[in-house]
Design a protein around this ligand. Structure first.
Ligand code: SPV
Ligand code: MN
Length: 615
C-alpha cells in the first residue's frame, strides 16, 4: 500500500531511491508527509555531489538565496519578525507539565500543527534529506530525516550534517531515525514567511518528530540543529548519555592534545573560544561513557554562527573563511548593490545601497518612528562547513570520539561572577556551576536583551525533560566515570563602570590554565566557590601565551569573590530547585554546603574576598 502510493507520487528515479532504503517506517513517514503537505513533486537527496549542486542551484533559482560577489557565497533573508529562535511559538507536545518548558497537550498540539501543514507544499517541491548526527558507523550515530519545502534549509543541512543515505540503505529495517517536517508556509512579496502569527515549532517526543511551519529562520527551521537536540536529550536520558549545547575544542597540553567541551548561552563567547586552538564543534556535543571514560563527538560538521562583530583583528580565522571563495550562506546581513556582503562590527566599508531583511537599505534609512535602521540584524548568521577552517581538529570525525578532559560553563554576567573557577568535584560543578547558570539575555532569542536569565547548562531553551531529572542524569553519568572531567565556570563579561575587566584574548590564558590544571601542573587557591588561579601562575601564563604583563591590581579586581552576591545567588538557585520536586537531594546538599562556606568566609573577611590574602 505504502510503496504503491509512493510509486504513484514520485518520479521513477526518486521512487528507486526510496525503494533502495528497505525500511517500512521510512516509507510510512514519507507517505504521511506527502499526504499531509501535498507537494507537486518530491526530491530525495542521496547526498551525492550532483544532488548537493541541485539544491544549491534551486536555492538561487527560487530566490531563497541571492548570489554574493565571492564565488560560493550566497545571502538568505528571513522575515523581519522571524530573526531569531521563537521561544513563544516552540512547544514540547506532552500531557505532562515540565518546569520552564513550554508544553502543550499532545493531541491538541498535533491537531493544530497538522492543520497548519495541511496542503502547505502545494505547487512546491518537497525535499527529503537523510543525515547522521555524529560520525557515521559509530556508537554515537543518530540518524535523521528532514522533509522541507525550503532549498535554503536543505542547503544549510547539507553543509551542517553528514549525509547518510548510504547508512539508511545499509541498515534497512534496523535504521531508527528522528523525523523533521518543515514548511515555510505562505510567502509574502519579499519571499519571507507571511503568517508569522501562525508560526509553530512543535516537538513530539512520543513519535520523535518535529513539525515546524510558517518560519524560515534557521534556529526554527533547520530540524537537525536545536530541534533535534530536544529529541536527542530524551534518548540520552533513556540510554544514560548526555546531549548538550556545547562546543568541543582541542587545547594543547604539555603532554599532548587535551579536549574540552563548553556550554555558553548563545552569543556569549562560544564561537571565539572555538577559534583559539583546535575546533571539533561549536554548538552541540554528544557525550558518552565508554570504559569509565567520557568521550565526545560533534553531531554536526558545520557552523551556523553569529556574524555580528566578526572582524579581521579579533577573528582572523573566521574572517578569512567569510572573505574567500568557498561555500558560505550568509543570513540577514546587508547585500550591497555590487554583491558585497556587509555586517555590523565588521570594520568593512558600508555599501551606499543594498538590500537587507527589511528590503532596500541605505545608510541613515529610518523606520516610521524615525529610528535609524541597522544595516544587518544583530542575530545575522553565517553557515560554513567546518572543513573550511584551518584549525579543524584532525579527530573531528573520529567514530570513537575524543576523551573529555574538562567541561566549561560560561555565563555573561557583567557584575558578579569571577572570570574563571574550578569546581571541587563533578557534583559540585554540575550543581553550583552548570545548574546555577544565570546570564544576560542576548539577541539570539526574541526578547529584551540584557536581563539576567536563569539558563542552566546553557541548555534551558532546548530542554525537553524535567530539569531535576536532567540533573540526575548528569550526576549518574559522573558516577560511571573513573575520573570525571574537571568542571570550570568562566565569565568573559565581568565589567566595572561599563568597561570590561578582561580583554577578549584573555580567554586564551584561561584555557591554558585549565590545561595546566588537568595535567596537574599548577596548584590553585581554595575559595568557598571552588578553586581559582594563583596570581603567579596567571602572570606566567600571560607572558607565555600573550607576551603580556599581568597586573596584580587587574587580578585582584577580576578574582575578588563577592561572597555576598554568591550567597544571594545560591539562595535564588535553591529556591528555583525547591519548586521542582524531581530535583535530586544532591542539589540541595551541595548548595547548602556552598552557602555555609560562603557564610563562614564572610564572617572572617567581610562581603568581598580579596584573593591575594590567600596566597
Ligand atoms: C543558538 O542560538 O544557540 C544557535 C543558533 O546556535 S540556533 O540554531 O538559532 O539555536
Ligand atoms: Mn547554539
Amino acid at each position: 500500500m505504502v510503496l504503491e502510493y509512493l510509486e504513484e507520487m514520485l518520479s521513477g528515479v526518486m521512487f528507486e531511491r526510496v525503494k533502495k532504503i528497505n525500511n517500512s517506517r521510512f516509507h510510512a513517514f514519507l507517505c504521511k508527509a506527502i499526504r499531509l503537505c501535498e507537494p507537486s513533486s518530491v526530491f530525495v537527496s542521496t547526498g551525492s555531489s550532483e544532488d548537493y549542486e541541485y539544491v544549491r542551484r534551486k536555492a538561487l533559482e527560487s530566490g531563497e538565496e541571492l548570489p554574493a560577489r565571492i564565488p560560493g557565497h550566497t545571502v538568505h533573508f528571513d522575515s523581519p519578525l522571524d530573526q531569531a529562535r521563537a521561544r513563544g511559538d516552540t512547544f514540547i507536545l506532552t500531557d505532562e507539565k515540565l518546569p520552564f518548558i513550554n508544553t502543550k497537550p499532545r493531541r491538541e498540539g498535533l491537531d493544530e500543527v497538522i492543520g497548519l501543514l495541511k496542503g502547505s507544499m502545494r505547487g512546491r517541491e518537497m525535499l527529503v534529506g537523510l543525515y547522521s548526527l555524529g560520525p557515521k558507523k559509530s556508537p554515537f550515530q543518530v540518524l535523521a530525516v528532514q522533509v522541507t519545502d525550503s532549498y535554503y534549509v536543505l542547503h544549510s543541512e547539507n553543509i551542517l550534517y553528514r549525509g547518510a543515505y548510504d547508512e539508511f540503505v545499509r541498515l534497512g529495517e534496523d535504521a531508527s531515525f528522528l523525523k523533521f517536517i518543515h514548511s515555510q508556509g505562505v510567502l509574502d512579496e519579499h519571499g519571507g514567511s507571511k503568517n508569522i502569527d501562525k508560526r509553530r515549532i512543535y516537538i513530539d517526543p512520543a513519535s520523535e518528530t518535529v513539525y515546524s511551519v510558517n518560519t524560515q529562520y534557521g534556529g526554527n527551521s533547520i530540524g537537525l540543529k536545536k530541534l533535534s537536540l530536544r529529541l536527542t536529550m530524551i534518548r540520552a536520558l533513556r540510554e544514560g548519555w548526555l546531549a548538550e549545547h556545547m562546543c568541543v575544542i582541542g587545547v594543547e597540553g604539555k603532554r599532548g592534545p587535551l579536549y574540552f567541551t563548553g556550554a555558553y548561552p548563545s552569543a556569549s563567547g562560544k564561537t571565539s573560544t572555538c577559534m583559539i586552538e583546535k575546533i571539533i564543534g561549536d554548538d552541540i556535543a554528544f557525550i558518552r561513557a565508554f570504559d569509565g571514560e567520557a568521550r565526545v563527538v560533534n553531531p554536526e560538521i558545520g557552523i551556523f554562527g553569529i556574524i555580528d562583530g566578526i572582524n579581521a583583528k579579533d577573528d582572523p580565522r573566521i574572517w578569512d573563511v567569510l572573505n574567500k571563495p568557498g561555500e558560505v550562506i550568509f543570513s540577514n546581513v546587508l547585500l550591497g548593490e555590487d554583491g558585497e556582503v556587509f555586517w555590523n562590527g565588521s570594520g568593512k566599508a558600508i555599501p551606499a545601497r543594498g538590500r537587507n531583511y527589511l528590503g532596500d537599505w541605505w545608510p541613515g534609512k529610518k523606520d516610521e518612528k524615525g529610528n535609524i535602521l541597522p544595516a544587518s540584524h544583530p542575530n545575522a548568521r553565517f553557515t560554513v562547513p567546518l572543513s573550511s577552517l584551518p584549525n579543524l581538529d584532525p579527530r573531528y570525525d573520529d567514530p570513537e570520539g575524543v576523551v573529555v578532559n574538562a567541561i566549561i560553563y560560561g555565563v555573561r554576567d557583567s557584575a558578579n561572577v569571577v572570570p574563571l573557577v574550578e569546581a571541587f568535584n563533578w557534583i559540585h560543578g554540575v550543581v553550583t556551576i552548570g545548574a546555577s547558570m544565570e546570564t544576560e539575555r542576548t539577541n539570539a532569542v526574541l526578547g529584551k536583551p540584557g536581563e539576567l536569565e536563569f539558563n542552566p547548562f546553557a541548555n534551558l531553551d532546548f530542554m525537553s525533560i524535567n530539569l531535576g531529572v536532567y540533573i540526575m542524569n548528569h550526576i549518574m553519568f559522573g558516577r560511571r566515570l573513573r575520573s570525571p572531567p574537571k568542571i570550570y565556570g568562566v565569565n568573559y563579561f565581568l565589567s566595572e563602570n561599563g568597561k570590561y575587566l578582561t580583554s577578549k584574548e584573555d580567554k586564551k590564558v584561561w584555557l591554558k590554565w585549565i590545561a595546566r590544571r588537568v595535567e596537574e601542573e599548577v596548584e590553585a587557591v581554595t575559595t568557598p566557590i571552588g578553586y581559582i588561579p594563583f596570581y603567579s601562575d596567571l602572570k606566567k601564563l600571560f607572558r607565555e601565551v600573550l607576551s603580556k604583563e599581568y597586573d596584580v591590581e587587574a587580578y585582584k579586581k577580576q578574582f575578588t569573590v563577592k561572597l555576598d552576591k554568591y550567597a544571594e545567588k545560591a539562595q535564588r538557585i535553591l529556591k528555583i530547585y525547591s519548586e521542582i520536586p524531581e530535583t535530586p537531594a544532591e542539589v540541595f546538599i551541595t548548595l547548602e554546603e556552598q552557602m555555609s562556606r560562603l557564610r563562614r568566609c564572610m564572617q572572617e573577611y567581610g562581603p568581598h574576598l580579596n584573593p591575594l590574602i590567600l596566597q
